[in-house]
Design a protein around this ligand. Structure first.
Ligand code: ACM
Ligand code: ZN
Length: 527
């Protein structure tokens, strides 16, 4: 009876693994035990020949054995085992009945050999636009671990908010963590007119103060570490800086007294950025990075942003122009290269590897900087400084790929019915049909496209990125993140092209019930 259900083609619960393992074979029989006893039934063994994060799992009617070379592999074997053992969550099926009647696990006999394709399997959460808070973030960390994702890229600062209460820099949270007014719930961005200006509906409600204390960070760090998730905080420089400038308006090119001491209240990009010609800017940022490194002692990577830095202020600022003459920069883009180089060197001396959005790869950017590629072409963003991921890899940069058309899950997902608003700030929002990032599109992403075989080793990994202009709570965050992040997780772990979308979709129809049972507001898997 169980066997038939478990092995029925395509709809087996034990077969609905996400991400699907690289190699799996099943055989007759099943291991049975009381649910409460499972943890004590697994025999963990060392096999130094297995790759980091890889594992071998063998289930027979007599026992369950896991081999790995280290803790991460054993951890991921247990995540697989949990899904294999799972017999819940298919409503209106015999399973629902069985679950009510007894609580034994019946785990199908199987042998699995598994290891990740990519080292960086990321999820980016933007908490600057809207703050999800500790519990919601910890829940995402759990979900990441369940899907074998291992990097939380934490976008903690931007024009619209500064979410870190740094004990040595209390001014940042004081001015940067609260917006006196904000964009109203449900108001996305609406385009109008030939000039394609954005229109927002503001409310007069105060938003915040919302930020993480040092104690919160310690707690979240420990939580993530136990789940083999690395936290990568992002401190944006030199643009997307309005929340910092609320605390230190003297560090803008316009100087003291010219800026209102509040973060940006609209979405979009602020034109006031950090003055790169002011030595005090450099000193201040160094002291912030010192403190961020103290708060995140076990993060090998630090993200310095670098995207979408308007250069208008620099063009007219005497200090920035003097700096350009001093360093021999021929234009303002080269000033940003100098700025990036300074902080990359600074952070590398502190033992960190620096990650930046693809804008930091322009010109003779330090080769040690890891590029995070988000733009598909020069039209998809600021233009002239565009360096594609394959070009950057050819120059020797390690790359993380999160192209907006495939990996920005804050984008419209093409559901027949969708109660949530989306933020579509780019010109293609007006195209008909709209460019939608459906589950199928997310799964169709081929990260190797454009990379010659020789440079594929430069792809450190893939990342789902979720911006929160139009995400107000954990409910709409989860609706947009899941199930599309499952698709990204499978591409990052199992590898692109391992299975057809039809195979993935069938597994997802079952897997979604697991997510619903975990109270994840997961959007539907449509036919
Ligand atoms: C970005 O979407 N500006 C990285
Ligand atoms: Zn300046």
């Amino acid at each position: 009876m169980f066997k038939i259900c478990l092995f029925a083609a395509g709809c087996a619960i034990g077969g609905a693994l996400v991400p699907v393992p690289k190699h799996m074979s099943t055989s007759e029989g099943a291991f049975r035990c009381r649910t409460a006893d499972l943890a004590t039934k697994v025999e963990f063994l060392k096999d130094a020949a297995l790759p980091h994060e890889g594992y071998r799992l063998k289930v027979t009617p007599e026992k369950i054995q896991v081999w790995s070379s280290g803790d991460a592999g054993a951890f991921y074997a247990v995540r697989t085992l949990e899904q294999l053992a799972d017999k819940t969550y298919v409503p209106d099926s015999k399973y629902a009945e069985v679950k009510r009647r007894e609580s034994d696990y019946v785990i199908p006999s199987a042998t699995i050999e598994d290891a990740p394709t990519f080292r960086w399997r990321g999820l980016m959460i933007d908490e600057a636009r809207h703050f999800l808070g500790k519990e919601a973030v910890m829940k995402q960390i759990d979900l990441m671990a369940d899907h074998k994702l291992n990097v939380l890229h934490w976008h903690l600062v931007d024009d619209q908010g500064w979410r870190l209460d740094l004990p040595k820099h209390p001014e940042l949270a004081k001015y940067g963590a609260v917006r006196p007014r904000s964009v109203a719930f449900g108001a996305g961005a609406e385009w109008y007119g030939q000039k394609q200006k954005l229109k927002f509906r503001l409310n007069t409600d105060r938003y915040g103060p919302y930020c993480y204390s040092a104690e919160d960070i310690r707690e979240i760090r420990a939580y993530a570490k136990a789940r083999h998730v690395t936290l990568v905080p992002e401190i944006e420089i030199p643009g997307h800086e309005r929340a910092l400038l609320a605390a230190r308006p003297d560090l803008s090119c316009r100087g003291e007294g010219k800026l209102e001491r509040i973060p940006r209240v609209y979405w979009g990009i602020e034109h006031d950025v950090l003055c790169a010609g002011n030595d005090e800017t450099i000193r201040y940022l160094e002291s912030i990075f010192d403190e961020v490194c103290e708060l995140f002692p076990d993060s090998p990577f630090l993200h310095i942003g670098g995207d979408e830095c308007p250069k208008g202020c620099w063009k007219t600022c005497p200090k920035c122009q003097a700096r350009m003459r001093e360093i021999g920069a021929k234009d303002e883009r080269e000033l940003q290269v100098w700025f990036t180089r300074h902080f990359a060197n600074y952070l590398e001396k502190k033992g960190r590897r620096v990650v930046g959005w693809d804008e930091v790869l322009y010109g003779d950017a330090p080769q040690s900087v890891i590029g995070m590629s988000w733009r598909m072409s020069a039209n998809n963003g600021a233009g002239g400084d565009f360096v594609s991921a394959p070009e950057a890899a050819a120059k020797g940069h390690d790359m993380i790929l999160t192209p907006s058309h495939y990996c920005y899950f804050s984008r419209r997902q093409g559901l027949a019915e969708d109660p949530y608003p989306y933020y579509d700030p780019e010109p293609f929002a007006e195209q008909t049909p709209r460019l939608e990032l459906t589950l199928e599109k997310a799964y169709s992403y081929n990260p190797y496209a454009g990379f010659p075989e020789r440079d594929r080793k430069r792809i450190l990994g893939l990342q789902a990125s979720i911006w929160t202009e139009s995400i107000f709570t954990r409910f709409d965050f989860e609706w947009k993140a899941w199930p599309r992040t499952c698709a990204l997780a499978e591409l990052a772990w199992t590898g692109p092209g391992a299975r057809t979308f039809d195979d993935f979709r069938k597994r997802m129809q079952i897997h979604r019930h697991r997510l619903i049972a975990l109270r994840v507001n997961c959007s539907p898997i449509e036919q």
